[in-house]
Design a binder for this molecule. Structure first.
Ligand code: NAI
Length: 724
């Protein structure tokens, strides 16, 4: 019998065994070799001492219940290790299965987050009591890292909830539930307010169920909602491919596809066979490329970014108490909402109290929706609205320790509002502009304290977009940068830090995507194919429809300003092939995008997109102008990745993690890539493969695809993009 080193066995005089998950020396429990061995050892012991064990409580000594798979381990797996991954998964599941089928009551006392492997352990227990700890989350988010739950999560949620609910509520979206919502969704049986109550409830279950088993081990058990063999179930099947399509839009995302397959196939066989199916799919995903990319971008890079890798280290942490939001339009209202949600008092200022009130009404609408959906309570809504003062009066801004400006995009106006407020707010207050296009260094020239001035670029809609791009102007001081960083974390968003440049990082790079799509229309390629290529590349928005949303006039104006700046400085401006198309659309056809009533698409009375504008075919499309579909897809991806490389070369970006996270969370770079520079790393053949393909594209479509020298030298040495 091997020994358990990470699970403590504590048995009381009544025979109840508490299994305490406690990996020594680690801040969290993870699914490592020691844990797998411990689990087998514990299963042996429970079986051997069956007669003296009255019941089992599984809980943890850490703040989280169990953190799931060890991602450091997972990201290093090679394709030739699939068999080993399969064996390890089966070993862990066998141990859990032995405890589950002992006939004694087994209760999970979920004292903190139980995500992924953590919830899978809980699923192997007959009863689940979750502590309503702040920040605690329950669910199976594997899909968001390109994986599937390989510790019995697919097999057991299907048996607990039925195939449809398991897929839609848990597996395909990877939702992280609060304990209360997990209770509503049927993922746990009880919620407790205190650890004592949690343990008391666990014991009460054991006392009431001296013999216990899982519902799926009971005689006559049937999977809720049936299996594909039942006609009732068959009627629900058509919904799945649609859900899958909606989620992947045809992008190369293997996890949702494999999850669907594992769930449906596993529902038609006995539980042991279902475990085999699940582990086979898991091993394929875990050793594949997509999971590596997604773990890098969505976990390691995200962690690096949020933990402050790009924040000046020597500045003490700062908390904002009262913020002035200038401009109560779409962005200002959204920013006010995010700040109030984080407990910050907000003074929302516009040209008049009425105008500011309209912004506050917008916040009230957002909150009403959240209440209707059960995401917040009426009390919380009132509390939050109570924190927002809508005003047209400058004097109200007294005492604000931070300012976020979101007035119209106009340099003179922005200068004016900063001049007005800088002496009204608290001395030394942080001064931020939410400009999306104006260089920060030039804006700072209008304020008395340029060292306190920083760009804080939010994305629309603010309540749903997790990223904020912090822009350091030439004069921005470390103190301001650190405080801006802390403010973004305080409102629970993800900050990336970039140096000032036209379009910063995000707008500049997404501009390359838009330009490439538009350029293809100009080459005579069928616009519908261009849209299809964007979808199949995995972009959440199609390229021409996104262009319409942003308007064709805005990028045109930015381009004209940029051109003037380059030429004023004595440089030569290089036009992009997309420019001529945009100019014709605006000047010749008066199609400036959705807000202007039409652009690449036509729109109905309600503003909904109806169809691609037929004029595109008359004026641009040429029969036989098609290019290989792979080229269409790669042109968009490469245009963005190459520009990110240039941003790094020019010092606009200073960190690879910022690039990956910014591209994933801010501008919809396809999730499966793990981010714009991870795409280069993960390309078939690594940076060398990427460079070879870029040269091919350059030869066919223009010098803009020529890889920069720094990238070419990386290709030669095989060095990947990574932060030190
Ligand atoms: P908006 O037009 O919805 O709102 C601007 C607001 O500023 C209006 O309510 C207006 O009354 C107010 N305003 C004008 N002069 C003012 C003054 N002197 N004092 C106080 N308020 C004044 O514009 P939106 O879309 O909210 O954009 C605001 C800023 O955010 C712009 O700089 C824009 O470039 C930037 N931005 C916009 C994004 C978007 O997707 N719309 C994304 C990121 C940044």
């Amino acid at each position: 019998m091997s020994e358990s080193t990470t699970i403590r066995w504590e048995q009381d005089e009544t025979g109840v065994v508490t299994l305490v998950l406690d990996d020594p020396g680690q801040s969290a429990n993870t699914m490592n070799d020691a844990f797998r061995h411990s689990l087998s050892a514990v299963a042996d012991r429970v079986e051997a001492e069956r007669d003296t064990v009255r019941g089992v409580v599984v809980t943890s000594a850490k703040k989280t219940f169990f953190a799931g798979g060890d991602l450091r381990d997972l990201i290093r797996l090679r394709p030739d290790q699939a068999e080993q991954v399969y064996e390890r998964g089966m070993e862990m599941k066998a141990a859990l299965r032995r405890i589950e089928t002992l006939g004694k009551p087994v209760v999970a006392a979920i004292n903190g987050a139980a995500l992924g492997g953590g919830y899978e352990i809980a699923l192997a227990c007959h009863h689940r009591v979750a502590l309503d700890a702040p920040g605690s989350r329950i669910g199976l988010p594997e899909v968001t890292l390109g994986l599937l739950p390989g510790g019995g999560g697919v097999v057991r949620t299907v048996r607990l909830l039925g195939v449809a609910d398991a897929l839609l509520k848990v597996l395909l979206k990877g939702t992280r539930y609060t304990p209360r919502r997990a209770l509503e969704a049927g993922l746990v049986h009880e919620v407790a307010e205190t650890p004592e109550e949690m343990l008391a409830k666990a014991r009460a279950y054991i006392d009431a169920h001296p013999e216990s088993q899982q519902p799926w081990d009971a005689k006559g058990y049937r999977i809720p909602g049936g299996t594909p063999a039942d006609p009732r179930f068959a009627a629900t099947l058509p919904a799945f491919p649609a859900t899958l399509r909606k989620q992947t839009a045809g992008a190369p995302l293997p996890a949702p596809r494999d999850i669907l397959a594992a769930a449906v196939e596993g529902s038609q066989v006995d539980i042991d066979t279902a475990f085999v199916i699940e582990s086979r799919y898991f091993a394929g995903l875990a050793t594949g490329r997509t999971a590596k990319n997604m773990i890098q971008g969505f976990f390691f890079d995200l962690q690096a970014v949020n933990s402050g890798a790009s924040r000046p280290q020597d500045v003490p942490r700062h908390t904002v108490r009262r913020v002035a939001v200038l401009g109560a339009g779409m962005m200002g209202a959204g920013i006010a909402h995010s700040c109030a949600r984080a407990g910050i008092d907000v003074v929302l200022k516009d040209v008049s109290r009425e105008a500011a009130g309209r912004g506050k009404d917008h916040v009230a609408d957002l909150l009403a929706k959240a209440v209707a959906k059960g995401r917040t309570t009426e009390t919380e809504r009132d509390l939050l609205l109570g924190r927002i003062t809508a005003t047209g009066d400058l004097a109200e801004l007294a005492g604000c320790d931070a300012v976020i400006e979101a007035v119209f995009e106009d340099t003179a106006l922005k200068h004016k509002v900063f001049q007005e407020v800088q002496d009204v707010v608290a001395p030394g207050a942080l001064l931020c502009s939410n400009t999306s296009t104006l260089p920060i260094t030039a804006l700072a020239e209008g304020v008395a304290r340029p060292a306190d001035f920083v760009g804080l670029h939010f994305f629309s809609p603010v309540d749903r977009m997790p990223l904020v791009e912090i822009i350091k102007g030439r004069e921005t001081g470390d103190e301001a940068l650190a405080r801006a960083f802390d403010l973004v974390r305080q409102i629970r968003k993800t900050p990336i830090v970039v140096n000032d440049s036209r379009g910063f990082f995000t707008s500049r790079v997404i501009g390359q995507f838009l330009n490439e799509g538009v350029a293809m229309v100009g080459e005579g390629i069928e616009p519908a194919s261009v849209e299809q290529a964007a979808a199949q590349a995995g972009y959440p928005a199609k390229v021409l429809s996104l262009m319409d949303e942003l308007t064709l006039t805005l990028p045109r104006r930015i381009r004209q300003e940029a051109r003037r700046a380059v030429e004023d400085a004595g440089g030569t401006w290089t036009a992009h092939p997309a420019d001529a198309v945009v100019d014709r659309m605006v000047e010749e056809f008066g199609r400036g995008g959705r807000a202007a009533g039409g652009g690449f698409y036509e729109y109905g009375e309600d503003g909904a997109r109806t169809r691609l504008w037929p004029g595109l075919r008359t004026h641009f499309t040429r029969p036989g102008a098609g290019i290989p579909f792979d080229d269409m897809r790669d042109r968009m991806l490469f245009a963005e990745a190459l520009d990110a490389v240039r941003c790094l070369d020019e010092g606009v970006l200073t960190s690879v993690a910022d690039a990956n996270v910014g591209s994933l969370l801010g501008i919809g770079f396809p999730a499966w890539t793990g981010g714009v520079l991870q795409y280069v790393n993960g390309y078939e053949g690594g940076p060398a493969g990427f460079v070879a393909r870029a040269r091919e594209l350059a030869e066919r479509y223009g010098a803009r695809f020529e890889p920069p020298a720094t990238l070419a030298s990386r290709a030669a040495t095989g060095e990947r993009y990574a932060d030190a």
